[in-house]
Design a binder for this molecule. Structure first.
Ligand SMILES: Nc1ncnc2c1ncn2[C@@H]1O[C@H](COP(=O)(O)OP(=O)(O)OP(=O)(O)O)[C@@H](O)[C@H]1O
Ligand SMILES: [Mg+2]
Length: 306
């Protein structure tokens, strides 16, 4: 079954086209990552999919319903963890849960048991009497997820759920999302600009760049692209002729200034040998030579080439 269908979604803010004809499908049961750099249009797309923002064009179909025509019926069945925290910091953990339960019309007799179970599964039950402002960022994010699940949604939308968290907290959130997907069969749609996170957590990803979908792929394919790509940065004592250098290496060279150059290659060994040969031939000293992991932009460019 299809959980989410974005059909040619389009949104502009003044002169800026934030989302430019975005289409993709998410099956129920999937963990689907919406991956893109800052400003790519991730949040804007998510807001159109969740009925917060009207699209200028196109349609968002969620759980078989047009979101803009059935906002309430859709919202009853989805959970949303927004980009900016909507925890009430002066209320306790428990009060936040109860407030959300009330907003979503969760029947009184099940509110308490559901809230207890959720907080327990996130390791927050012991802290239920504490004010939210006393929680660390990671715990506050866990609380937000509990709040988004209080009405037992079939589908959970999360906007950068691990943004700004330390490595350990981010891992816990990921583990928890995976568990929820496996055990409770909740479909998960999340945005991220971290491709390692997408690789680890998602079944499939859509890559968005400047408002357009660059690729929709299985995570294996993404992994393969990432592992094939190597970026080598070299710094010479002085600037060299870029076109001659590029010719010697047999690939494009990006000039970074200050004698620094960057190349994108598959064969690291061969490229390093060529760089060393080139330096010897031109009698220029190498100050540093690094193999670095590809950035998200590098991966985009690679995907876009195909
Ligand atoms: N309400 C708004 N008014 C004007 N411009 C907006 C508005 N919301 C978003 N934008 C612009 O639209 C573009 C896409 O923004 P969006 O928030 O969707 O990106 P994003 O992929 O979520 O980025 P980030 O990773 O920084 O959260 C950006 O250039 C942003 O500045
Ligand atoms: Mg965003």
């Amino acid at each position: 079954m299809t959980a989410i269908e974005a059909v040619d979604l389009y949104k502009r803010f003044g002169d800026l086209v934030a989302v430019d004809g975005v289409s993709f499908k998410v099956d129920s049961g999937e963990v689907f990552g919406f991956l893109g750099p800052n400003g790519a249009g991730k949040t804007t797309t998510l807001r159109m999919l969740t009925g917060i923002l009207p699209p200028d064009r196109g349609r968002a179909i969620v759980l078989g319903l047009d979101v803009w025509e059935n906002p309430i019926r859709v919202k009853e069945r989805i959970g949303i963890v927004p980009e900016a925290s909507n925890v009430y910091i002066d209320l306790t953990v428990w009060q936040n849960m109860m407030l959300m339960a009330e907003l979503y019309g969760v029947p009184r007799d099940v509110r308490v048991s559901r809230a207890r179970a959720l907080l327990d599964s996130m390791g927050l039950l012991e802290r239920r009497g504490e004010k939210a402002k006393r929680l660390s960022k990671g715990l506050r994010q866990r609380l937000l997820i509990c709040m988004a699940l209080i009405h037992e949604p079939e589908l959970l939308f999360l906007d950068e759920p691990t943004g700004g968290l330390d490595v350990q907290s981010a891992r816990e959130i990921r583990d928890m999302l995976r568990r929820m997907n496996r055990e409770e069969k909740v479909t998960v749609f999340l945005t991220t600009h971290n491709m390692w996170e997408a690789e680890e957590l998602c079944h499939r990803v859509a890559v968005i760049n400047r408002g357009k979908i660059a690729a929709v792929s299985g995570v294996e394919e993404l992994k393969e692209t990432i592992s094939r790509l190597h970026t080598i940065e070299v710094r010479f004592e002085e600037a060299v002729d870029p076109s001659g250098f590029s010719e010697a290496l047999g690939c494009d060279v990006a000039v970074l200034g200050g004698g620094r150059y960057r190349v994108q290659v598959e064969d690291v060994d061969e490229t390093i040998r060529r760089i060393v040969d080139y330096a010897q031939e031109k009698n220029v000293r190498i100050l540093s030579l690094n193999v670095v992991q590809p950035s998200l932009e590098d991966v985009f460019l690679e995907i876009l080439k195909r």
